[in-house]
Ligand binder design. Structure first.
Ligand code: S3P
Length: 175
């Protein structure tokens, strides 16, 4: 049976990895986290990679990984928050399955990110909340092209149910 991939995208701290893992378990799909896989393969953290080689090197690795994952099926893929800013990545992943976008308020994102200090090089800023708001604004048009599921003040169970509802909905012709 052909199993389309389920791709969870959205801003940093919206719960892609933890919810993706739960969703994969529920669907009996394999879970893949693009940031985690990149870190495992290069033997350093994303922060170290940004520091040593710059963001562009990271984006190249992301794009290569997208090609590889899109050729597989039966995956729940949690993407890095900036991966969909590359339209080639969007086109490739759209062909491999269904993309859903997790959303949360800027305040909630900050609270969640603050629990993992030093892990988000793009938010290394004297005013991280302002930086989150700016990036959310810059990226809104891209995130908004995908069906949205809110994770603010929702239990994991509630979010998983909302995701399952979206996944069960047959995709409209032409999408
Ligand atoms: C990024 C998000 C991060 C990671 C990198 C860049 C972004 O992933 O890929 O720090 O551009 O939004 P998470 O969304 O998993 O934090």
């Amino acid at each position: 049976m052909h199993k389309e991939n389920i791709i969870l995208t959205g801003f940093m701290g919206t719960g892609k990895s933890s919810l993706g893992r739960l969703l994969a378990r529920k669907l009996h799909y394999q879970f893949v986290d693009t940031d985690q896989l990149i870190e495992e393969r290069i033997g350093k953290t994303i922060s170290e990679l940004f520091q040593d080689e710059g963001e562009a090197a990271f984006r190249t690795l992301e794009a290569k990984l997208v090609q590889e994952l899109a050729s597989r099926q039966g995956l729940v893929i949690a993407t890095g928050g900036g991966l969909m800013m590359n339209p080639d990545n969007v086109a490739t992943l759209e062909r491999s399955g269904q993309i859903l976008c997790l959303v949360a308020t800027a305040e909630e994102i900050l609270t969640r990110i603050s629990r993992q200090p030093g892990t988000r090089p793009l938010l290394k800023d004297p005013n991280p909340l302002q930086k989150i708001i700016e990036l959310l604004e810059q990226r809104a048009a891209i995130y908004n092209q995908f069906p949205q599921v809110s994770t603010s003040r929702q239990s994991h169970k509630q979010v998983i149910n909302a995701l399952l509802k979206q996944i069960d909905t047959p995709r409209k012709a032409g999408h």
